[in-house]
Ligand binder design. Sequence first.
Ligand SMILES: [Zn+2]
Ligand SMILES: [Zn+2]
Length: 103
Amino acid sequence: MNPNFETINYDETTLNHGGYGATLFDPRWKARRKEILERDHHTCVICQSKIKLQVHHRQYQFSRTLNVFNNPWEYTDSLMITLCNTCHQKGHNLYKVPIKYIK
Ligand SMILES: [Zn+2]
Ligand SMILES: [Zn+2]
């Protein structure tokens, strides 16, 4: 079992993630994404590829108070990893991302 995808039960590519699609163009996400890519040396953490990189969320957080998902840039570093397009697709086909409910 791939530790980056364990206990996954939610899929960012099929669920809208509270407007997740549009927020991917948000400058705050672009900046956060760049930080993660730089941390991972612009390399897929699974296969070491350096092309078609994407940032994957290992967990989604849903605020019960606000009744929305966190914005994609509102996660700590440890919950985001750099994957190439191929490993990302494979991971999402095999596993789903767990949702953590927060206040
Ligand atoms: Zn890869
Ligand atoms: Zn993902």
